[in-house]
Design a protein around this ligand. Structure first.
Ligand SMILES: Cc1cc2nc3c(=O)[nH]c(=O)nc-3n(C[C@H](O)[C@H](O)[C@H](O)COP(=O)(O)OP(=O)(O)OC[C@H]3O[C@@H](n4cnc5c(N)ncnc54)[C@H](O)[C@@H]3O)c2cc1C
Length: 470
């Protein structure tokens, strides 16, 4: 099973230790083992939950100058770069960004060689057939394929094993302390690749940045990204990029589980309705721009409301205009009845809805363009797609902030070396994936770039870690 005997508590020795069990870690492990080195991969999750946030993904963003595999048309380096600059507003390391973009091209073939199967985009609102290669079977299939490949190449894994401490001297790796089923092990390696994701699953840490409201955040991905390795690298004075309160957060169904709700709990009906707080008051323009350009602000907006909860209200006209979430909406024949079902005060919701309906102007509704179908004179106007909500049945969903990932991470070189404040780039400590993605994605989000960064830097980190070991 590629599984190392990790039960005795004895020290272990390997050429390369990879910490993490998602996309970046697996790419690093495969790439290092291709260089003929012994590789041990430590995954905090038990085997059944392995794969980090990568198991929830659907696609990666890939540069190509001509049609490639399932990718249509061309997506040039410059176009990709401009898309990145637009979302990050220049908060990106240009060299690392260009490396990611250029090497995403060869990454496609590397991924296919190592077991990933692609399928064309299904179309829909994001229209990604040119830019994003979708994984057949989703991220879970990708992760499983990589584990199989890694195993066939001799990589050894230990699941249920959390790296808790890094012993580092003058910016160089000594050993890692790993807790496996309550037993403490010391792992010695010539090199380490840290690919342990962000710290979004650590609500105590989120609370330090966001205050007590963070306790009500739901985490869209794994519970195992606790950020312990980032803390360790900070303790050893690695150079840090990004701020602790920067995170990607979307509005998700309030019934989603605390962790691992994944993609299917996202709610995409905000622009077709109104959103109110627990006092039935609207607080933001639901029709400010097209949903793909706005969905990522709604997590933060909901996080700022009392009890970190919002309620989206639509009527029967909106059904079919958006991708439904995995949970059915609450439904009622009257606004008051819907309010009661949602736990809102019926008269207040009715008043808000009546005021909204009465403020709508004459422009015709057109969901496919910024239609200017808007309200006038409200404290918070809705500036597009403001169709009257007046046709029963009425539908409602509760909204919660769903955290996708955090941005703060370690600064790296183009060889994926972690940079330390005093000693500079390390020769023995490398990082890949979300733990260093903030170098490239300083803010904002570009669909599919998380997996592009993790793949490109995972391959680089594994290869560079292997070089120089006798
Ligand atoms: C719902 C959802 C959908 C997404 N969809 C996409 C998409 O379609 N395309 C895209 O590009 N990006 C997407 N993303 C972002 C994407 O998931 C990340 O960019 C990517 O998975 C990061 O890979 P990673 O290997 O760095 O981290 P992860 O895949 O999260 O892996 C981190 C691993 O480290 C392990 N770990 C953590 N701490 C320790 C420790 N101390 N010791 C041992 N192991 C540890 C964890 O158990 C985990 O296995 C999505 C994210 C979410 C939540």
């Amino acid at each position: 099973m590629g599984l190392r005997d990790f039960k005795t508590g004895d020290p272990l020795y390997t050429d390369i230790l990879v910490i993490g069990g998602g996309n970046a870690a697996l790419c690093a492990a495969i790439s290092a083992s291709d260089e003929g080195k012994s590789v041990l991969l430590i995954e905090h999750a038990p085997e059944s939950l392995r794969g980090g946030n990568s198991q929830h993904t659907r696609n990666f963003r890939c540069m190509h100058e001509a049609p490639k595999g399932i990718l249509a048309g061309a997506y040039s380096e410059e176009e990709y770069y401009e898309d990145l600059m637009r979302v990050t507003k220049g908060k990106t390391d240009v060299d690392l960004a260009r490396k990611t973009i250029r090497e995403s091209f060869s990454a496609y073939d590397w991924m296919a060689e190592n077991g990933v199967r692609f399928q064309p985009s299904l179309g829909g609102t994001l229209s990604l057939s040119k830019t994003n290669a979708f994984f057949l079977g989703g991220g879970r299939a990708l992760v499983n394929a990589y584990y199989n490949t890694a195993e066939s190449k001799g990589v050894q894994f230990v699941f249920d094993a959390q790296a808790v401490r890094l012993n580092i001297e003058k910016g160089e790796f000594g050993s890692a302390i790993v807790l496996c089923k309550g037993i403490r092990h010391e792992v010695f390696a010539s090199r380490v690749v840290v690919a342990s994701g962000g710290f979004e699953s650590n609500t105590d840490w989120l609370e330090e940045a966001w205050g007590p409201s963070a306790k009500n955040f739901l985490i869209r991905g794994t519970q195992f990204n606790q950020g312990l390795m980032l803390k360790e690298l900070m303790r050893h004075r690695a150079v840090i990029v990004g701020e602790p309160d920067q995170c990607h957060a979307v509005a998700i169904d309030g019934r989603a589980p605390k962790y691992d709700g994944g993609i299917v709990t996202r709610l995409d009906c905000v622009s077709f309705g109104i959103v109110v707080d627990r006092h039935s008051q609207r607080f933001y323009d639901e029709g400010e721009d097209f949903w793909p350009k706005r969905y990522a602000i709604w997590g933060r907006l909901i996080a700022r409301q009392p009890n970190q909860v919002g309620y989206v209200i639509i009527d029967s006209k909106a059904i079919g205009d958006f991708m439904p979430s995995v949970f059915p909406p609450l439904v009622a024949d009257s606004v008051e009845e819907l309010a009661t079902t949602l736990g809102l005060e019926p008269a207040s919701l009715k008043q808000t809805l009546d005021a909204y309906n009465a403020a709508i102007g004459d422009a015709p509704f057109d969901k496919d363009r910024l239609d200017g179908c808007r309200t006038h004179g409200l404290a918070v106007d809705k500036t597009n797609w403001a169709r009257p909500i007046d046709t029963p049945p009425y539908y409602g969903y509760t909204l919660a902030p769903g955290i996708t990932f955090t941005y703060m991470g370690v600064k790296v070189t183009d060889r994926a070396q972690v940079i330390f404040e005093e000693s500079g780039p390390s020769n023995t400590i490398f990082a890949a994936g979300e733990i260093m993605a903030g170098n490239i994605l300083g803010q904002g989000y570009l669909a599919g770039i998380g997996m592009a960064i993790g793949t490109v830097f995972g391959i680089t980190a594994g290869r560079e870690a292997a070089h120089g070991i006798d």
